[in-house]
Design a protein around this ligand. Structure first.
Ligand code: RUB
Length: 409
């Protein structure tokens, strides 16, 4: 019987396979390592099953088409993903499943995912995406400018809403709950949404357009209920921590007709999956799945300018994943967040371009003159860079920005 998962240099039709690239760290030679992954994730196991026929292998077996250096390229036949029920969980169970636990592989990292249009077309993707998000805010070109209400937890609803109001008066277009705040006793979701919505209405009457993303991260059987609660109380944007909730929670929200607001996607916990260069799943692969699942804005990092660990090339790849063509799916907004302040905006925009939502928590609330001044300083920094004016020069005539630069630069 000829069963060999190695099909080196065979050109696979991109419409017939999900194709993945992995980097591998192992004492095995790279071809054997590739075969181990392909067999484990398709028709094989650690030994030859007597039930495996040549026909089964031919139709459903994965193929290792490249095995060079520390990299393998594996194609999984599209039929392995067929049926109406499996969806993203099933895709992940194959391309990112048992392989990570194989004893013979010290490390495996899924670094690239190529999907046939037949599969991508099963997903409506972002319902708002960049275009509708920008329309809501009446901000067609320049970066969106946002804050994260700080401290992460602890403010009661009225004070929380006042933070949002001050940020809006300072000229920010966006604000959001932090990833650890959901429905705690000191700031219940219902009351928080209602207080924030009231402030957003006032801001609108005063001529300031702003939205706030409310974190409704919860168990999957409660996610639509939480969304309803937030929407009934006037939420203009929802947020979920996609990795703790699961991609299916995001998809359930995005595809539910009652959810008629954009979804902001935080990636808390991604470091456990993305940070080890020899093991895990790259953020650009996660970005692709979030785009399929229907996120409208996704955290992808600050290109090394902020407080969080960064692989700049990977973040550029994430940007491309959100903004490039993906079989016609709408684009979603890349969010830069984590340790940002006005002084970092020039460096950041150099990398991100204008298609970005810039967010600062400490970099707004830590301003010596408080939240409104912090918001003004951040907005001034974004205005300066968007207009091609040197930040220091701009700061000479903008007190809030000047004070922020004095504190943080
Ligand atoms: C931001 C913050 C966020 C980070 C996470 O607060 O804590 O949760 O955005 O980073 P601050 P990432 O502005 O005070 O640092 O978005 O890269 O996952």
């Amino acid at each position: 019987m000829s069963i060999d998962y190695l099909a080196l240099d065979e050109e696979l039709d991109q419409e017939d396979y999900i194709i993945c690239e992995y980097t591998v760290k192992s004492d095995l030679n790279i071809k054997t390592a590739g075969k181990r992954i392909a067999e484990e994730e398709s028709t094989g196991t650690w030994t030859h099953p007597t039930t495996l026929s040549e026909d089964i292998f031919k139709n459903y077996g994965a193929k290792v088409t490249k095995a060079q250096g520390n990299r393998v390229r594996i194609g999984y036949p599209v039929i392995d993903f067929s049926g109406d029920i499996g969806g993203i969980p099933q895709i992940l169970s194959i391309i990112a499943g048992n392989l990570f636990g194989l004893e013979s592989l010290e490390g495996v990292r899924l670094v690239q995912l190529e999907l046939p249009s037949e599969i991508v077309k099963q997903y409506p993707g972002p319902q708002f995406g960049i275009t509708r998000l920008r329309n809501i805010l009446d901000r067609p070109e320049k970066p969106l400018v946002g804050t994260i209400v700080k401290p992460k937890i602890g403010l009661p609803p009225k004070e929380f809403a006042d933070y949002v109001y001050q940020a809006g008066r300072g000229g920010l277009t966006n604000s959001k709950d932090d990833e650890t705040l959901v429905d705690q006793d000191f700031c219940p979701l219902e009351e928080r949404v209602s207080e924030v919505s009231e402030k957003l209405d006032i801001l609108e009457e005063e001529g300031y357009k702003m939205i706030h993303a409310h974190n409704i991260s919860t168990t999957s059987h409660k996610i639509l209920e939480a969304a309803d609660l937030a929407l009934e109380n006037g939420a203009r944007q929802l947020m979920i921590d996609v990795l703790t909730v699961g991609f299916s929670g995001l998809q359930a929200l995005a595809e539910d007709p009652s959810v008629d607001v954009p979804i902001h996607v935080h990636r808390a916990m991604h470091g456990a999956i993305t940070k080890n260069p020899h093991h895990g799943i790259s953020m650009s692969v996660i970005s692709k799945i979030v785009r399929m699942a229907g996120g409208d804005a996704l955290h992808i990092g600050t290109y090394g300018t902020g407080k969080m660990h960064a692989e700049v090339d990977e973040e550029l790849k994430c940007k491309e994943t959100l903004l490039g063509d993906m079989h016609g799916l709408p684009k979603l907004m890349p969010v830069a967040s984590g340790g940002l302040h006005p002084g970092l905006v020039p460096e950041l925009i150099k990398m991100s371009g204008m298609e970005v939502q810039i967010q600062a928590g400490g970099g707004v609330s830590g301003h010596p003159d408080g939240v409104r001044s912090g918001a003004k300083a951040l907005r001034q920094a974004v205005d300066a860079v968007s207009e091609g004016v040197d930040l220091k020069e701009y700061a000479e005539k903008h007190r809030e920005l000047r004070k922020a630069l004095e504190k943080w630069m």
